[in-house]
Design a binder for this molecule. Structure first.
Ligand SMILES: [Cu+2]
Length: 341
């Protein structure tokens, strides 16, 4: 699929508003893109939408991020009393370009104090990342100077609790000159873990802080739910170059990211293309870090078939951090054609 098709569908899908300012015909760089994550929730069923679209050309990007407390599904049929940015766990992926001005409006619609910490911003912690009380709003802005893929999380103490409750998301800052390759599909994978125990009414699970302090996770997940991409594989076509933006939200586990049956021809630690590794089997994304991974699925080299992606810390993969990529041929081969069965 081409970039252009992807971009067109993204505009329709997320319902963002691009508001031109200044004279008619002015270049896109004089536009403001406004996204309200209270009204554009990331689809979470049947699996959290992992595929992401390129950033718009607007040089100013504004995001309204509501904080809410929600009952979320963290494994098949297992619900959890979580805390969210934008109503989902993880929260919505934010995507901007290097040099963009990013304006954040955080709105606390929950019954307790929370905050937000952007690893992509160079900004005073005591001003931008302070906790806000129920009903309070906080606005700040930063210029996205540093390309990469970063963790965004709640930093209100105890931070372990606020992260394990689900308060994290990924922000992608695309390099000014692009990533250097043309990809056909891009996916965001946020790894995190849940520490859970039954709640008082026995309906849902709730936080188990003692387990969190012992690092005894109940589930380790990609994009908020155990095994969701095993049931609903990520779909790519034969011949596709695929880029993965991987973030390890923790609160305490890293991600040793690996695709069974594939090799990454490039990995950018922290997502900065100045850091480039070639020919990588497994790369560790540290807790609180991110990395960009690229591979090609082509005939004779990771061709048509199924490819598990895991954290190669297998005790964590057994708890849910495993998914599948399905590589399909746009044209059926003789053995796949039902007419030949
Ligand atoms: Cu919080």
């Amino acid at each position: 699929m081409t970039h252009r098709k992807l971009f067109t569908s993204s505009i329709a899908a997320v319902g963002i508003a691009i508001v031109a300012i200044g004279a008619k015909g002015q270049h896109d760089s004089a536009a403001v893109q406004y996204t309200d994550f209270g009204s554009t929730k990331t689809p979470a069923g049947p699996a959290f939408q992992a595929e992401v679209q390129p950033p718009s050309s607007a040089r100013i990007k504004e995001f309204r991020i509501p904080i809410t407390h929600e009952t979320i599904e963290i494994a098949d049929g297992v619900t959890y009393e979580g805390w969210t940015f934008g109503g989902t766990v993880p929260g919505p992926t934010i995507r901007v370009r290097e040099g963009d001005l990013v304006r954040i409006k955080l709105v606390n619609e929950s019954p307790m104090p929370h905050s937000i910490d952007f690893h992509s911003a160079r900004i005073p912690w005591d001003v931008a990342y302070r906790s806000i009380v129920p009903g309070e709003e906080l606005s700040f802005e930063f210029t996205a100077h540093d390309p990469g893929v970063y963790l965004v999380h709640c930093g209100t103490p105890p931070v372990t609790l606020h992260i394990m409750q689900g308060m994290y998301l990924a922000i992608i800052v695309d390099p000014k000159e692009g990533w250097g390759t043309d990809v056909d599909k891009e996916f965001v994978i946020v790894q995190s873990e849940f520490y859970a125990q039954p709640n008082d009414n026995g309906q849902s699970l709730q936080a188990d802080f003692a387990s969190a302090m012992d690092k005894r996770a109940k589930y380790v997940v990609f994009n908020g739910r155990a095994f969701q991409y095993k049931a609903n594989p990520l779909q790519v076509d034969l011949g596709d170059r695929v880029r993965f933006f991987v973030v390890a939200a923790g609160p305490s586990f890293r991600s040793d990211f690996h695709i069974v049956g594939a090799i990454f021809d490039r990995v950018y630690p922290d997502g900065n293309p100045l850091n480039v590794l070639e020919g990588v089997q497994t790369y560790t994304v540290p807790t609180g870090g991110g990395a960009v991974f690229e591979t090609v699925f082509e005939e004779g080299a990771s061709g048509v078939g199924l490819y598990p992606f895991v954290t190669h810390v297998f005790a964590d993969a057994e708890k849910g951090a495993v998914g599948l990529i399905q590589v399909r041929s746009p044209v059926l081969t003789a053995s796949e054609d039902p007419a030949n069965q």
